[in-house]
Design a protein around this ligand. Structure first.
Ligand SMILES: NC(=O)c1ccc[n+]([C@@H]2O[C@H](COP(=O)([O-])OP(=O)(O)OC[C@H]3O[C@@H](n4cnc5c(N)ncnc54)[C@H](O)[C@@H]3O)[C@@H](O)[C@H]2O)c1
Ligand SMILES: O=c1ccn([C@@H]2O[C@H](COP(=O)(O)OP(=O)(O)O[C@H]3O[C@H](CO)[C@H](O)[C@H](O)[C@H]3O)[C@@H](O)[C@H]2O)c(=O)[nH]1
Length: 327
């Protein structure tokens, strides 16, 4: 059977590059389309790479007319919540206008299957935990609003028969591939685990705990950290489901287990064997106290099975990467 052609926007980024590696291993023919605004060319050395922007209609059209794609997995976006509050237009332009441009061209070239990177940020400050997909969607920052806007567009397009899509609402992506060849490398880095490990490495003086007065067991925020390769696998399952004719849907991606900021720091000290400085500071604006996924739906419908659900393994793989980063 001929290999299926998959367009991966933002494939040179953190989650994208792990998914691209798995797609290649599973026998898909991958083309990465990325403008390298935050991605790394070295992260996708073994697949076809096109440097381009999702807002660049000409470049994208030329690729779509050259290759007949069976599906698109769309990671390309700006991701930093704090920056989205300061510069919302930049986020609406890239995450919403960019995605609408991509969807317009996919429609023109008859690419009907679409997997979208959504986020737990669409839930805002949920009243209950764990969070189910049918909870109210009320983002508390522009980043979350841009992701919800795209989810809405996809639902309406799907209802009109224009597309079949899966939106995956990621909780906290973390860890790195065991090969040590790819891993998380954001600039600036704002995510807790890489920042903690940079502190262990001596690259930063201390790790700051943003808020110790949350209504949680130890006063710090709780998150659901999912290994990036379990997330990558969710994309493969979503893709196969759509290709086999599955109907459009939305799924949480998380383990359903929460760890506090203090627990992450303690585990990092254990895994690295290094003691480092921890500072307790004010809350960071807009951080919900607890974000933990109810993952029953993705397990049931896509038969997703977590393989790396172990916080020590997650931090160990992130540490292996952090010590020997290639980019
Ligand atoms: N990291 C997380 O914990 C997390 C959580 C929820 C959702 N997400 C979503 O997952 C996706 C991937 O996140 P990530 O952590 O891998 O981020 P990342 O920044 O590492 O990857 C995003 C990639 O998209 C590219 N890109 C951005 N704008 C582009 C454009 N206009 N045209 C072409 N390429 C463009 C960047 O160069 C980068 O390679 C994003 O859509 C993000 O919103 C991430
Ligand atoms: O130096 C730091 C960095 C983070 N934190 C805390 O650690 C937790 C995790 O923070 P991250 O920045 O690593 O991740 P977030 O939960 O804020 O956000 C991530 O997951 C969200 C979905 O849950 C969104 O998708 C978002 O884009 C993505 O960055 C939060 O309580 C945060 O306050 C600290 O205490 N100190």
């Amino acid at each position: 059977m001929a290999k299926l052609n998959i367009l991966v926007t933002g494939g040179a980024g953190y989650i994208g590059s792990h998914t691209v590696k798995l797609l290649s291993e599973k026998g898909f023919n991958v083309v990465v389309y990325d403008n390298l605004s935050n991605g790394h060319r070295e992260a996708v050395e073994n697949v076809k790479f096109v440097e381009g922007d999702i807002l660049d209609t000409e470049r994208l059209s030329s690729l779509l007319s050259e290759v007949k794609f069976d599906a698109c997995i769309h990671f390309a976006a700006f991701i930093e919540v704090g920056e989205s509050v300061k510069n919302p237009l930049k986020f609406y332009k890239n995450n919403v206008a960019g995605t609408l441009n991509l969807l317009t061209l996919l429609k023109k070239y008859n690419v009907k299957n679409f997997v979208f990177s959504s986020t737990a940020a669409v839930y805002g400050n949920p009243e209950k935990t764990p969070i189910k997909e049918d909870f109210e969607l009320k983002p508390v920052n522009p980043y979350g609003n841009t992701k919800l806007a795209v989810e809405n567009a996809l639902r309406d397009m799907s209802n009109a028969g224009e597309i079949s899509y899966i939106a995956l609402r990621y909780f906290n992506a973390s860890g790195a591939d065991e090969s040590g060849l790819i891993g998380e490398s954001h600039n600036p880095e704002t995510h807790l685990i890489p920042l903690v490990l940079k502190t262990a490495k001596g690259e930063r003086e201390s790790i700051k705990i943003f808020g110790t007065d949350y209504p949680t067991k130890d006063g710090t925020c709780i998150r659901d950290y999912i290994h990036v390769n379990d997330l990558a696998n969710a994309h493969i399952l979503a893709l196969n489901y759509l290709i086999e004719g599955g109907k459009s849907d939305v799924f949480n991606c998380g383990y359903g287990i929460g760890y506090s900021v203090r627990e992450i720091i303690d585990t990092a000290k254990k895994v690295t064997g290094i003691d480092f400085r921890v500072e307790e500071t004010e809350r960071r604006e807009g951080d919900p106290a607890v974000l933990v996924a109810d993952n029953k739906k993705i397990k049931k419908v896509l038969n997703w099975k977590p393989q790396y659900n172990d916080i020590e393994y997650i931090i160990q793989t992130a540490w292996n990467w952090e010590k020997n980063k290639r980019f």
